[in-house]
Design a protein around this ligand. Sequence first.
Ligand code: UVW
Length: 361
Amino acid sequence: MAKAKAKKSQGGAKSTARRSKRKVAAKPKARARPRVSKPARRDAGAPLPSYAALPVRAGAPPGAAWGVFGDDDEVGTINLLTPERVREAARLVRSGKVFALNLPINVPDPPLFTRGRHQHHIKQFAEFDFVLDDYLDNFYPQASSQWDALCHVKHPLLGAYNGIPDREITGRGGTRLGIDNLARRGIAGRGVLADLARYHERHGKSIDHARSEIIPLEDLEATLAEQRVKLTPGTILLIRTGWLQFYLSASAHLKEELARETTVPGIEGTARTARFFWDHHLAAVAADSPALENLPKAADEQDLLHFHLLALFGMPIGEMWNLEALAADCVTDKRYEFFLTSAPLNIPGGVGSPPNALAIK
Ligand code: UVW
């Protein structure tokens, strides 16, 4: 992860308060005492506070949605995928076309960001040679198409989502904020594609996909406007930057270079992009690029979308999703919205997973 300085916490995370359960004394004829209940969870379909109104929890840092979905929450903005919104999104299925958005697990090859190559073994059962099993060694669930779980990146000074302390997070003695939370819940809702790559082509703008080029927020806004598609609360936004198309046709030499030193373009990683995502009340954002934002950051860029989205909002980030066939279909029928489902692997305390996402039009 790129070096980043960050503002000092103005409050610091508070650990989750747990209420002690009181026993109701069993006295005859005594009136039953009201039960001590957990703090009320907000209705996930109710209007959310604006970015400017964050935080809502006393002591939480500015721009943090800690407590918005409850003090014990571990799925963040995925809460916005309410049954009503899922039903509404299912109505977007018209042609019945299904687009599977995972790359093969051995792409990119070699993997980026120092992740390892897995080895795939096929095993024949000794007594039943007509039965095969397989297993993977050295499998990095984030080496290919992936979700970043909320525990993937914490803010270096402010901590992890919802103020959950390090000792309760994977690898440090606990399993909170893991991908298993998303796997148990399941992800389904309205997906919207922003085809920035085609927008850039139409406007004669070229992106150098081998550099840490910044794609300004205005390009994303203009793409959505040209596509005439709106971001509604609970939308899962898919951003096609053109990186995957570039990578798939790159030479073996360039792929080796990118694996040695991963330099990737992406959407600008600033508080104003974070504000845009929050104020549109997105459930999640995924891209065809390795980090959603550009990496590494220049010395004068001090912000990371990973901090805002994962640590401050609880908004999962998807990376290296294969949006190619979906985008080709969207440009043909001019429909950039669809029903989206995703079933990440249920890895207890896992930091990421292939998304196993399907866009259904
Ligand atoms: C890193 O932060 C290196 O990983 P990712 O971009 O996959 O989240």
